[in-house]
Design a binder for this molecule. Sequence first.
Ligand code: DX5
Ligand code: ZN
Length: 243
Amino acid sequence: MLATCVIESAQTSAQDLSGLIELAPSILSADFAHLADQVHAAVEGGGSVLHVDVMDGHFVPNITIGPPVVASLRKATEIPLDCHLMIENPDQYIPEFISAGADWISVHQEACVHLYRTLQLIRSHGAQVGVVINPATPVESLSEVLDMVDYVLVMSVNPGFGGQRFIPNSLNKIRKLVQMRTARALNFRVEVDGGVALDTVGEVVRAGAEILVAGNAVFGTGNPKINAQTLLKAAMEATLQKV
Ligand code: DX5
Ligand code: ZN
């Protein structure tokens, strides 16, 4: 029920969702030979956004998928597709990803020479606009674009691979972003990506993150539906402990 409300709101306005926790299963750790089944299981477990990692072997040392897989996913699920572009020259591919069915597009601050223009490009094609920062990039570097984005994605591992350990300083970055949002009365949401699992999700939520990407914790071992349910339950419990 909650998942349904969240999905409907996400399609109308990011503003309505501020403070709500959403789980975004990352297909990077899924069994690609059974992708639709894996996605359906994660959605049944409460996943309400599908995180799609796009890597080009240049910006990050790994290669994953492109628009054709996004188009297939679009037919397999109705939840928003959150495309995290870890690629050089994203402007060249953004329209194609959106045509293929991406609802949200995020680009790395580090990959965009003309970040302002790239964010405008995403907006002009009708997708939700996200900006991503690597672990070594300070949140202050986003100061001039925070009013242009629907969400900020904090990388809590080095981008490129699933199953890495959460970098603790990411919590400070989440807290700073929440402070900046409050101080400037903005309404972007904070997404966190990397090492989010049962042992870290509580702190991540208490720091202020609202969209939780989880690959290995959902698809790594066991049943994705149960894994998603368990992780979301832990996240919801942590929201009750937020001070
Ligand atoms: C890493 C990707 C992540 C990855 C996270 O570059 O951006 O989305 O799937 O994987 P876990 O949750 O396993 O750390
Ligand atoms: Zn990602």
